[in-house]
Design a protein around this ligand. Structure first.
Ligand code: UDP
Length: 234
């Protein structure tokens, strides 16, 4: 599989359909990588040991362009939704872990109205203290797809631990997706998505996100430009 290495992070440079096809036959960890994650050096090992790293967000798409890859972003929420559809089609079971109490239940209820044969075998909120207890319960439920909406980096750490104990499971870190599927939060209108300005819409709606973007996002672009155009050691 073709990969790009940017700021030390390996990113799979495939399109949406190829990512789905690959994920259907893979187990392990799927990371939907964004500039925030790539600004955290502690994430390098986790990302580079993931089974699939897909470029989520306009910032990663831009970074890939700067390095000469014409790869389009894959929105994590769309990828996860498609994987739910694929599992439902092939009668494979799914676990939903994350978000505030009752949000995951509501999300599953809404998803079941849209996706026939969705088999949710485990649902839990994301505010637990004992990850081992959740992992043990997951082992009993034995789902094929495990969606973890704990926010980053919590979900990535949880998945890294859990995947070792559920070798046949496919884990995806899905951030705030349950909030959207439950109807609690609206996704940015299509025009913002098309203009690659989903981050701007979310920041306007939730101004507290501003500190997550600034100065991280401009610094990320500067670091990518530096890595691409300024020889090492200068
Ligand atoms: N969350 C959780 N457990 C925690 C912290 C956060 O389940 O300990 C959930 C939170 O309720 C929200 C999601 O994780 O549903 C994070 O959403 P956010 O939009 O911040 O994620 P992003 O996609 O930006 O990483």
């Amino acid at each position: 599989m073709s990969k790009a290495n940017i700021l030390g992070f390996n990113i799979d440079t495939l399109n949406f359909e190829s990512a789905v096809e690959y994920a259907k036959t893979t187990s392990g960890q799927v990371i939907t990588i964004n500039p925030e994650m790539m600004s955290n050096p502690d994430m390098t090992d986790i990302v580079n040991s993931a089974e699939l790293v897909i470029p989520d967000g306009a910032g990663v798409e831009l970074a890939l362009k700067i390095f000469g890859h014409n790869t389009h972003r894959i929105a994590g929420i769309e990828f996860a939704y498609r994987m739910i559809e694929e599992c439902a089609k092939s009668s494979q079971s799914i676990a939903f872990i994350g978000a505030k109490p009752s949000v995951a239940e509501q999300a599953v209820k809404n998803l079941k109205n849209k996706i026939k044969n969705l088999n949710a075998v485990y649902i839990h909120d994301g505010y637990f203290d004992d990850a081992d207890e959740i992992i043990n319960e997951l082992k009993c439920a034995n789902p094929r797809l495990i969606l973890c909406a704990l926010g980053s980096p919590k979900q990535e750490y949880f998945i890294q631990k859990a995947k070792k104990l559920l070798p046949d499971g496919l884990f995806i870190g899905v951030g705030g997706s349950f909030d959207v599927w439950s109807g609690n939060i609206e996704r940015a209108p299509e025009i913002f998505q098309k203009l690659r300005l989903e981050w701007l819409y979310r920041t306007i709606k939730e101004p507290c996100r501003l500190k997550r973007i600034f100065p991280a996002l401009p610094m990320f672009v500067l670091n990518v430009l530096k890595e691409r155009y300024i020889p090492k050691g200068v």
